[in-house]
Design a protein around this ligand. Structure first.
Ligand code: PMV
Length: 345
């Protein structure tokens, strides 16, 4: 490769929160999901990644997270890049200096591989574009490569909402990449807030890799996959119609199923904390009293995502401050909302 080749690229990419959850990998291929999943793309919880590249006689990686070396991430990224040399042949003759940082508070217990891996892939595709003088970013390719880096990352490259996984309910859906739902949803969902209540800032008890693997022997796996397929089909109609009551019902059922699956795995895990349950019960009471269509979802951990439309933001945020903040670590919650997807910086 020409020794003069060098340059820099930078992307900011958000995390996403699943409404229908991806939990279980299919043996049919790398990072192929057992069921379709649907998510909101977030705004505040995002990763900013820059890569400075220069021609070299071999592949070289210098990774820094928040300005410091991070051996755990370095290994994960090196492993992914080595697998991607057929997609990005330039990697064999390039020194990469990667700097990455998350825009959400440190130690919030939200380790987002979706934002970091989608930002990384977008940077790599930009380097490829610069080297080949191409114009447009190929989002399908970006989503596909992000999936290989970290399954749910494939949904982060799209604004507002995305669907990943083949379903008869959505022509053009695929197990290999996500598709945008931006033009398939009622406008109210584009205004959604996600207030993330930090119940614990400890590192995840079970990695998602280990969690997915537990589904291989979970006695309820097939029932779960069928239910997730049904939830996806129904949710797509609900999103179109703007049916907030049905949205709350599916969202909470999905969160509970994810945690129930972990409880009946072998070995079994309880990922909720006492304060997770306190928040859920307080939320139920508030919804009953006010009739506001506010609901919760959970990732594979104890933190609670409170979801509501912008028109109810004032009342719900007052409720969070008055009644839920007390259950959060140092009163921490992140006022995130549905966003426009990644951007070049
Ligand atoms: O993308 P992974 O392998 O980190 O798995 C994500 C799993 C959940 O966050 C629990 C659900 C989802 O669909 O995002």
């Amino acid at each position: 490769m020409n020794d003069n080749i060098h340059g820099g690229v930078k992307w900011q990419s958000p995390s996403n929160i699943a409404i229908v959850k991806y939990w279980g990998k299919s043996p049919k291929g790398p990072q192929i999901p057992q069921n379709p999943s649907v998510s909101f793309t977030l705004t505040k919880c995002s990763t900013e990644t820059s890569i400075f590249y220069e021609a070299s006689d071999r592949f070289g990686l210098h990774f820094r997270f928040d300005g410091k070396e991070n051996p755990e991430f370095q290994t994960k990224i090196a492993e992914f890049l080595k697998q991607q040399t057929s997609s990005f042949p330039f990697l064999n003759e390039m020194d990469l200096h990667i700097n990455s940082h998350n825009t959400f508070p440190h130690s919030s217990g939200i380790a987002s591989s979706a934002s970091s891996m989608s930002a990384l892939v977008l940077c790599l595709l930009d380097i490829e574009r610069e080297l080949h003088g191409e114009k447009d970013m190929d989002t399908k390719k970006a989503s596909c490569l992000a999936r290989l880096a970290s399954g749910s990352a494939c949904r982060s490259v799209f604004p507002k909402m995305a669907l990943w996984g083949t379903t008869e309910a959505f022509p053009g859906s695929s197990n290999e990449y996500a598709v945008s739902l931006e033009n398939e949803i009622h406008p109210i969902f584009k205004s959604y807030h996600d207030s993330i209540l930090i119940v614990s800032d400890a590192k995840k008890e079970v990695s998602s890799r280990a969690g997915h693997a537990l589904m291989d022997t979970n006695p309820y796996a097939e029932v779960r996959y069928a239910q997730a397929r049904q939830h996806t089909a129904t949710l797509l109609e609900v999103l179109k119609a703007g049916d907030l009551e049905a949205f709350c019902h599916i969202t909470e059922s999905e969160a509970m199923q994810l945690h129930a699956l972990m409880m009946c795995s072998e070995p079994s895990f309880i990922l909720m904390k006492p304060n997770t349950l306190r928040i859920i019960n307080t939320l139920y009471a508030f919804r009953k009293e006010t009739d506001i269509p506010v609901c919760f979802t959970l990732d594979a951990g104890p933190n609670v995502h409170i979801l509501y439309p912008d028109r109810d933001a004032e009342l719900v945020e007052r409720f969070i401050m008055d009644e839920l903040e007390r259950y959060c670590v140092d009163g921490t919650w992140i006022a995130d909302r549905v966003g426009d997807g990644p951007s070049r910086c």
